[in-house]
Design a protein around this ligand. Structure first.
Ligand code: FPP
Length: 258
């Protein structure tokens, strides 16, 4: 599958409001592979190719932050061959896409633990982050070997190590210990391939997110599909625990529920 670049002069849909942080669970590569009579690995390759199209589209819509769930802390139980293929895809993605992404103002950031990767691959990921760190068109967090619970536990450990007094720990401070420090909370979570669960993804940052699921498999999640999700989001009424009309901003303080 060859995913064509998104034309930069594409006519965009008008949106009443736009998410500041889109988080995507890229699901269905395996089912796409089966549907197209190719190997699961080929399905993941097609999924990796689709990442560029999605980044380009969200950049055109001026969405400033995108987080992609590429590999969870639970995915290690998959057959070794598949895990290795997914790890190799990171290197291929950097080789194939980094230059263009950098030129397009994309800041790449990894979330999770790189420890199990080879030192060579770790270095390449770190170099990609370093190269793109000052880009400000769109920040793309790639969650690889990431788990939301692990991230929260790490935050707790660091808070304790820093000797932060209990009465100083509030939501704002806690968020600075997460890997999304400095970024807005996710306000739109998209899951492809029909499943309706969060699977340990961004547990803290999705507290007030809107959910959007589609039966479309990830490699087929094209520009029209992204627009469908953005349009649906723009019509959602967000109350952040209140009762009135859509509020532009979540009210401060820890007491809001619902
Ligand atoms: C879920 O599909 C998808 C994954 C576990 C991996 C997602 C990874 C990519 C799209 C490529 C990652 C590449 C880079 C460069 C980070 P599944 O295998 O669970 O599909 P299925 O449920 O249909 O079997």
């Amino acid at each position: 599958m060859v995913v064509a670049p998104v034309p930069q002069d594409r006519q965009l849909v008008e949106l009443a409001k736009r998410p500041q942080h889109v988080a995507i669970i890229m699901d269905g590569n395996g089912r796409w592979a089966q549907q197209n009579s190719v190997s699961r690995q080929a399905g993941h390759r097609a999924g990796a190719e689709n990442i560029r199209r999605v980044i380009e589209t969200l950049a055109l819509y001026e969405v400033p932050v995108l987080t992609l769930f590429a590999f969870s802390t639970e995915n290690w139980v998959r057959p070794r061959r598949e895990v290795n293929a997914l790890i190799r895809l990171i290197g291929h993605f950097i080789d194939r896409e980094l230059k263009q992404l950098h030129e397009n103002g994309v800041r790449l950031h990894h979330m999770g633990s790189l420890d199990p990767l080879s030192s060579d691959l770790r270095r390449r990921v770190e170099e990609a982050m370093e190269l793109t760190k000052d880009n400000d068109r769109i920040t793309v967090n790639v969650a690889f070997n990431y788990g939301g619970r692990m991230e929260i536990l790490e935050a707790v450990r660091h808070i304790i190590e820093d000797g932060v007094p209990a009465d100083r720990i509030d939501e704002e401070l806690f968020a600075t210990y997460l890997e999304t420090d400095g970024l807005p909370d996710a306000d739109l979570v998209i899951r492809t391939a029909g499943e309706q669960r969060l699977s340990n993804f961004l547990l803290w940052q999705t507290a007030y997110a809107e959910y959007y699921t589609t039966p479309v498999y990830w490699p087929d999640f094209n520009v029209d599909e992204i627009e469908r999700a953005l349009i649906e989001f723009s019509h959602r009424q967000r109350r952040f625990g209140g009762v009135g009309e859509d509020q532009a901003k979540r009210p401060p303080g820890p007491k809001h529920t619902g």
